[in-house]
Design a protein around this ligand. Structure first.
Ligand code: NAP
Length: 487
């Protein structure tokens, strides 16, 4: 891996080793360029794995599998716990690295590192509490004994928007369950994954238990790994479009899949909401990572009586945000990940404006260097505009007016997604009743942030399959084995 000179000023390159990590060995290479999204300049170049490299990674994960599976849970737990401690010790370097390659503001990057490390702590604890079951059949014929076994080699594919947390949310439960893994991070943000692998090595993760590959051929490499009968699990976080392709590919060898896919979260504000609290929550739900989050509020449905005050308050808050490179400590809204991301946001906003929406702030990409889009509020947006159907993944808040609870429910559910939703109301009975009718995997009530390692994260409809985190997250990497026992 070669580093751009600018890089060394912000984080320690020695932390990030050198290229593909297979079987506990670092293999240097080049071919994948990592850009600073705040300037478009080259940050670093990392290795580009071939299909043969992927096969070597499966070989390494296979060679380590029996030993890791047989390692006592307490020992696996202690290795995860050490990894958590090392991430915490190196939190500032990791946050700087994330801010550099992803562009998110340092304050968000620090939050991500803390959240990411917590998955290792949580699964260090869960590793020692893997559940089993014992009972008699209803007919009294025999005893049912259920054990949970590690599912086998897991391929983990992660997106660029949370380069640390999306990796630990998979590696933590997989290792706790006794599986060995091959992580393929997003090409835009590989440095964080390699930095974390380095810390894992230091924490005592045995060679081959965690392997990391970056590639410019994600489809070819993943298909080759899924076709290998030793691979038994695919855990993917990314867009619904790629998720559909991978589900079809995994079906060929009937590989178990966990899918964390896209979202289109509604944020519903009722007339009886605490306006200031709703605005605070809206800023977190919309502007964490500058809107580049799967749980980001994508559609603000605001009841007629509070609508104008909400739009005015949200506009004032969005206008006050400082835009800049993520690694500048003053920044509150960093750049988007790529120029293409800016183009997509621009298309959605332009279509909404052409259909009758009005921008109370923002509404056009910024023209300076880097991939910047300003915080934007749109009002009077038609409910059927493309911006109401597609993930914006940027700092744009479209606001729609509604009248009745039934209308709010109908609008919220008018999407193929069902990952996250938010409701603000002082009437908890009303919030819970409306919430019951909303098709979503996660619901924030009077809260703009719901992610927590101890809670099940995931979506319904086309937002995914399975859950990560919580007490059930570990079971995604295990198979129940039933023993019918007489004695
Ligand atoms: P993406 O384009 O789907 O890419 C995600 C990952 O899949 C990357 O590592 C990418 O590699 C890889 N990939 C792309 N095509 C592939 C293929 N044919 N076979 C195997 N792997 C392939 O998504 P993204 O743009 O990085 O991330 C944003 C999306 O992720 C949004 O839709 C967001 O909602 C979703 N997301 C969901 C959650 C959740 O928990 N539900 C969390 C975060 C993000 P390359 O980078 O090399 O292309």
């Amino acid at each position: 891996m070669t580093f751009h000179a600018k890089f060394s000023g912000y984080a320690d390159p020695a932390l990030h080793a050198a290229g593909l990590y297979i079987g506990g060995k670092w293999q240097s290479g080049s071919g994948i360029t990592v850009l600073d999204p705040s300037t478009g300049n080259l940050l670093a170049e990392v290795a580009d794995a071939s299909i043969e490299d992927a096969q070597r990674a499966v070989d390494a994960a296979h060679a380590a599998a029996a030993g890791w599976r047989a390692t006592p849970a307490r020992q696996r737990s202690e290795i995860l716990r050490r990894w958590y401690q090392l991430m915490t010790q190196h939190a500032e370097e990791l946050a700087t690295l994330i801010a550099l390659e992803n562009g998110k503001a340092l304050v968000d990057a620090r939050g991500e590192v803390a959240y990411a490390a917590e998955f290792f702590r949580w699964y260090a604890e869960e590793a020692t509490r893997i559940p089993g079951e014992f009972r008699r059949t209803p007919s009294g014929s025999h005893n049912i004994l259920v054990d949970h076994e590690p599912i086998g080699i897991a391929v983990l594919i992660t997106p660029w928007n949370f380069p640390a947390a999306m990796a630990t949310r998979k590696i933590g439960p997989a290792l706790a369950a006794g599986c060995t893994v091959i992580l393929k991070p997003a090409s835009e943000t590989p440095l964080t994954a390699y930095a974390m692998a380095r810390l894992g090595e230091e924490a005592g993760v045995p060679p081959g238990v965690v392997n990391v590959l970056t590639t410019s051929n994600p489809g070819g490499i993943t298909n080759a790994m899924l076709a290998d009968s030793r691979v038994r699990k695919l855990s993917f976080t990314g867009s619904t479009g790629v998720g559909r392709v991978l589900l079809a590919e995994a079906a060929k060898s009937v590989v178990s899949c966990s899918m964390e896919l896209g979202g289109n979260a509604p944020f519903i504000v009722f007339d009886d909401a605490d306006l200031e609290a709703a605005l605070d929550g809206a800023m977190i739900a919309k502007m964490r990572n500058a809107g580049e989050a799967c749980t980001a509020a994508n559609r603000f449905y605001v009841q007629a009586g509070i609508h104008d005050a909400f739009v005015a308050g949200l506009t004032a808050r969005m206008m006050s945000l400082k835009i800049g490179p993520g690694y500048d400590p003053e920044t509150q809204c960093g750049p988007m990940i790529t120029q293409n991301a800016v183009r997509k946001i621009d298309r959605l906003v332009s279509e909404a404006l052409a259909a009758g929406a009005r921008a109370t702030t923002g509404g056009k990409p910024l023209t300076e260097n880097g991939y910047f889009y300003p915080p934007t509020v749109l009002e009077n947006v038609p409910v059927n505009a493309s911006i109401a159907r597609e993930e914006i993944f940027g700092p744009v808040a479209p606001v729609y007016k509604f009248e009745s609870d039934d209308e709010a429910i109908r609008l919220a559910n008018n999407t193929e997604y069902g990952l996250a939703a938010y409701i603000y109301s002082r009437d908890l009975k009303r919030a819970m009743t409306v919430g019951k009718h909303i098709e979503t995997g996660m619901l924030g009530i009077n809260r703009g942030l719901m992610s927590d390692p101890a809670a099940p994260f995931g979506g319904v409809k086309q937002s995914g399959l399975g859950r990560e985190g919580g007490v059930t997250g570990i079971l995604e990497f295990m198979e129940p084995k039933y023993y019918a026992v007489d004695y």
